[in-house]
Ligand binder design. Structure first.
Ligand SMILES: *Cc1c(COP(=O)(O)O)cnc(C)c1O
Length: 243
C-alpha cells in the first residue's frame, strides 16, 4: 500500500481544483481551499501549512480550544480559522474568540447573539448563512428545499435573511450548504446549482453582492467548483480518513 504524505495530498487536491476550473472557465485563484482538520492533530495542520495551506476548518469548539493555541505557538504565519460546525447558543462567545469566519449561522436567533457579542467587543464578524438545499432532515440550515418552486419557503427565507442582514456587527459574506453524500458525485450537482441560484437571487433582491459560496467536500468538490463554489471544505482528501 502506498502512503501519501499530506503534501502529496494537497498537491493532488490543487491539481483537481485546477482541472475543475479549466472545465468551467474559472481561475483557481477564485477558490479558497479550507482544509477541514477536525479530529486531526495540530501537527497535521502544521504539515498542511508547510504545504502552503492557510485556511483551516473545525467543527467543535472544545477541540478548537485545544488545537488552535498549539498551532499558534508553532506556526510562522497564523492561519485563518473557519467554524464549519453547528454552533450552540452557549458557545457563541468562544466561537467569536477563536474563529475569523463562521460558515454555519443557521437561525436569526444565533445571528442576533453573534451580532450582540461582536458589537460589545467592537468587532465585525464575517459569516455565511447555512441553508439546507437538499431537504435532508439530518442537515442544519435554513430550509431552502425547492425554493425556486415553493413560495412559502421563499417567503420565510427572505424574511429571516432580511433580519440577519439588518444586524449591525455581522458581515454576511455568502451562503454555505452541505450536500448529501452520494456514491456518484454528479448526483449532487442540482444542490450546488440551487445554492448558486439562491445567492444570485438574494444579491438581486437585496441589491447587494455577497461573494461567497461555501460548497463541496472531499466527495464532490470538483462538481461544486463547476457550479460556482468560491470556498471548498476538504478534509479526508488532505488528511486521510477519520476514525
Ligand atoms: C467534515 C466536514 C467537511 C469535510 O468533509 P470531508 O468529507 O472530510 O472532505 C466539510 N464541511 C463540513 C461542514 C464538515 O463537517
Amino acid at each position: 500500500m502506498t502512503t501519501y504524505t499530506i503534501s502529496d495530498c494537497v498537491r493532488r487536491v490543487r491539481d483537481n481544483i485546477a482541472d475543475a476550473c479549466a472545465r468551467s472557465n474559472r481561475d483557481p485563484s477564485e477558490i479558497t481551499l479550507v482544509a477541514v482538520s477536525k479530529t486531526k492533530p495540530a501537527q497535521d495542520i502544521l504539515a498542511a501549512m508547510d504545504a502552503g495551506l492557510r485556511h483551516f476548518g473545525e467543527n467543535r469548539v472544545e477541540e478548537a480550544q485545544q488545537k488552535i493555541p498549539v498551532v499558534t505557538a508553532n506556526a510562522a504565519n497564523q492561519p485563518v480559522w473557519h467554524m464549519i460546525g453547528h454552533v450552540q447558543s452557549r458557545k457563541v462567545r468562544d466561537v467569536l474568540s477563536l474563529f475569523s469566519i463562521v460558515h454555519s449561522v443557521d437561525s436569526v436567533r444565533l445571528a442576533e447573539k453573534f451580532s450582540r457579542l461582536a458589537q460589545d467587543q467592537g468587532v465585525i464578524l464575517d459569516i455565511l448563512l447555512e441553508v439546507n438545499i437538499s431537504g435532508e432532515e439530518s442537515k442544519h440550515g435554513w430550509n431552502a428545499h425547492n425554493w425556486q418552486a415553493d413560495a412559502l419557503v421563499r417567503e420565510q427565507l427572505w424574511a429571516d435573511i432580511a433580519q440577519v442582514m439588518a444586524l449591525p456587527s455581522l458581515r454576511v459574506r455568502g451562503l454555505m450548504t452541505m450536500a448529501p453524500y452520494e456514491a456518484v458525485p454528479e448526483t449532487t450537482r442540482p444542490v450546488f446549482a440551487g445554492l448558486a441560484a439562491l445567492k444570485a437571487e438574494l444579491n438581486q433582491l437585496l441589491g447587494i453582492s455577497m461573494p461567497e459560496l461555501s460548497m463541496g467536500m472531499t466527495n464532490d468538490y470538483p462538481v461544486a467548483i463547476e457550479e460556482g463554489a468560491t470556498i471548498i471544505r476538504v478534509g479526508r482528501a488532505i488528511f486521510g480518513s477519520r476514525t
